[in-house]
Design a protein around this ligand. Structure first.
Ligand code: F6R
Length: 608
């Protein structure tokens, strides 16, 4: 979490405004506080405070800062509450060095005590501030700023992406990376560092993704990277990014989330056409040999994993275990070199998932990554990778990355089932055709149901709780629907297998309590009808997402029905989540909230 940016330009520019614009593209990584530091006329200008970037810009006038070199930060608080003092950049005792940081310095208390004993005075409660003082201290001894920075980085434990500037070398931005993501944007007459690609797209589409243990500096015309004291040949690592600035802008929509919901037909079709079947077959050969397949991810990616779990188990008869990434320890003694882990992470940087990947790999397990960000850490550290092609997702709540993850995971599952001769060729081809129809089908669903979802949102906006129930593949979709409502509309929502609702949760149901039913599989229709009756008997407000062929049945029973196309249940998770995304979005907006920036959340969670 937290986003950092640094810009080094040849000429004096309106650098405060440039940094502010880059930070706005990183705000999805945290928005508790923000700040900018620029070197001007031999001294540091630092403006920072608690709040979101737009309001801080009005208050602190970032846009009026001119200079050549500067750094910026948008924060998701870990060490120290959100406050003006704890906002980055942090400075040393004499305001000669400013630093921004994403990650956690785990030995900061020890470092801070040592530095305080040497007379350093700290102004914040953050772990980050030790970096500024450490460089100040080392600089006193070596009188070479890069050497002081290098020595300081060696003393740090934990995770970090660091940007540092100093009046002693006013044209340089020093950087270092360990676990937390960091890229260099290679420009003309300017270079940049940033936590993520969308931040630099306005200025350049040429990037270098830094690796763990790399550090160095940029000037407007120079890039220097080293690892283990040896220079790195970065020129061969410059990649041209195909994402455009438009893709990372709202493009006329009031929120990124709504734009990203609407982009799903395109994201699905790009993902489908980008899938290399040879890669899929290689991955499936590995899966076919596995004695146990583990699947992991966090939040929405975990829900995509549950869809894959269901398909691999039912269609391929695989031995599958799916777990929430942060809970990986339980399986440490169950892993061997015949196990395979599928690690799902749209950002490719979620620390919980990364830790699971590293632990499984150390024990000889092969890892397959499913990610939306090319060259991000999890794909890089995995044995094989399959990318979704959703384009940049900026809204904090995952939407198009979820449906595209399910697309690739469904293709993997049905291909494995086919290769293992558990799915006949005609059946396999039929399912592929069903998947190929999803881009146009999802487009139709959005067009037909957006208004109905708004009507439902009007009802939900005044409620405090909701249940989402499903059976079979409807369960992970119910879980994802509940997560969306919870995280952006702040309405307490729980998902259960519909059969389980009787074993406790139903005690909460009273008049007008909203209960969603996800009906996507013929096999479970009668059982779900029974569950609807139970909820009706307690005066719940019942809402069904049901295939057209059962719409009349559910219309007679439920208070509200969203009629879904008659698709095969094995591909239904993709279309079925869309109305639930729209309902959550409109409920959030009608409650006066900002769905792109839900409180306490950040899009990429890089702390454990
Ligand atoms: C929910 C959401 C999060 C992420 C989770 C994992 O809308 O976005 O639950 O799914 O933080 O992120 P990735 O997929 O980047 O590993």
């Amino acid at each position: 979490m937290c986003g950092i940016v640094g810009i080094a330009c040849s000429e004096i520019e309106n650098i405060g405004k440039m940094i502010r614009r880059c930070l706005e593209r990183l705000e999805y990584r945290g928005y508790d506080s923000a700040g900018i530091a620029v070197i001007r006329d031999g001294s540091l200008i630092v403006r920072k405070g608690r709040g979101k970037i737009a309001e801080l810009n009005r208050r602190l006038r970032f846009d009026e800062i001119y200079g050549r070199v500067g750094i910026g930060h948008t924060r998701w608080a870990t060490h120290g509450k959100p406050s003006d003092e704890n906002a980055h950049p942090h400075t040393d005792c004499r305001d000669t060095i400013a630093v921004v940081h994403n990650g956690i310095i785990s030995n900061y208390l020890e470092l801070r005590e040592n530095l305080e004993a040497r007379g350093h005075v700290f102004k914040s409660e953050t772990d980050t501030e030790v970096i500024a003082h450490l460089v100040e201290e080392n600089f006193k001894n070596v009188r070479d700023l890069f050497e002081a920075f290098r020595r300081s980085v060696e003393e740090l434990c934990g995770t970090y992406a660091i940007g540092l500037i100093s009046i002693y070398e006013p044209s340089k931005i020093f950087f270092a990376r360990m676990t937390s993501p960091l890229i260099i944007g290679v420009g003309d007459g300017m270079n940049m560092i940033a936590s993520d690609i969308p931040a630099v797209l306005e200025y350049t589409n040429r990037v270098i993704v830094l690796k763990d243990g790399e550090l160095g500096y940029i000037t407007p015309t120079e890039i220097y990277i080293e690892k283990d004291g040896k220079p790195v040949n970065w020129r061969e690592r410059v990649r041209v990014i195909s994402w455009s600035l438009d893709m990372a802008s709202k493009g006329g929509y009031p929120h990124f989330m709504l734009k990203e919901i609407h982009e799903q037909p395109l994201a699905l079709s790009n993902t489908l056409s980008g899938i290399e079947m040879e890669n899929v077959r290689n991955i499936c050969s590995l899966l076919a040999k596995a004695d146990r397949i583990f699947i992991t991810g966090a939040g929405t990616s975990y829900h995509a994993g549950l869809v894959c779990d269901y398909l691999l188990t039912e269609l391929a008869g695989a031995n599958v275990t799916t777990f929430i990434a942060s809970e990986y320890r339980k399986y440490v003694n169950a892993i061997n070199d015949s196990s395979v882990l599928i690690a799902i992470s749209q950002s490719g940087e979620t620390i919980d998932t990364l830790m699971a990947v590293r632990t499984f790999k150390e024990r000889g397990c092969k890892v397959i990554a499913v990610s939306n960000v090319v060259d991000s850490t999890i794909p890089r550290e995995s044995d094989m990778v399959i990318y979704t092609r959703a384009g940049p997702e900026i809204g904090v709540a995952a939407t198009k990355t979820f449906t595209t993850q399910i697309m690739v995971l469904t293709i993997l599952s049905i291909t494995l089932a086919y290769m293992m001769e558990r799915l006949r060729e005609e059946e396999y081809k039929y399912l592929i055709r069903q998947l190929q129809e999803l881009p146009s089908l999802t487009e139709k669903i959005i067009r037909m149901h957006e208004a109905r979802c708004m009507i439902l949102a009007r009802y939900l906006k005044n409620r405090t709780n909701a249940f989402y129930l499903g059976r079979g593949l409807g369960v992970p979709i119910a879980m994802e629907g509940a997560l969306k409502l919870k995280e952006i509309a702040y309405i307490h929502a729980e998902a259960y297998p519909a059969g389980e609702s009787k074993h406790g949760p139903i005690a909460l149901v009273e008049r007008d309590f909203p209960v969603f039913f996800v009906v996507l599989d013929d096999y479970y229709v009668e059982a779900i009808v029974g569950n609807v009756m139970e909820m009706r008997a307690r005066d719940a407000y019942t809402i069904a997402l049901a295939p057209r062929k059962y719409v009349y049945k559910f219309a007679k029973l439920c208070d509200y029905v969203i009629d879904m196309p008659n698709v095969d249940y094995r591909v239904a998770p993709i279309p079925y989540i869309i109305p639930l995304q729209l309902v959550a979005y409109y409920t959030s907006v009608m409650r006066g909230l900002d769905p792109d920036k839900p409180r306490n959340l950040a899009k990429t969670v890089t702390v454990e």
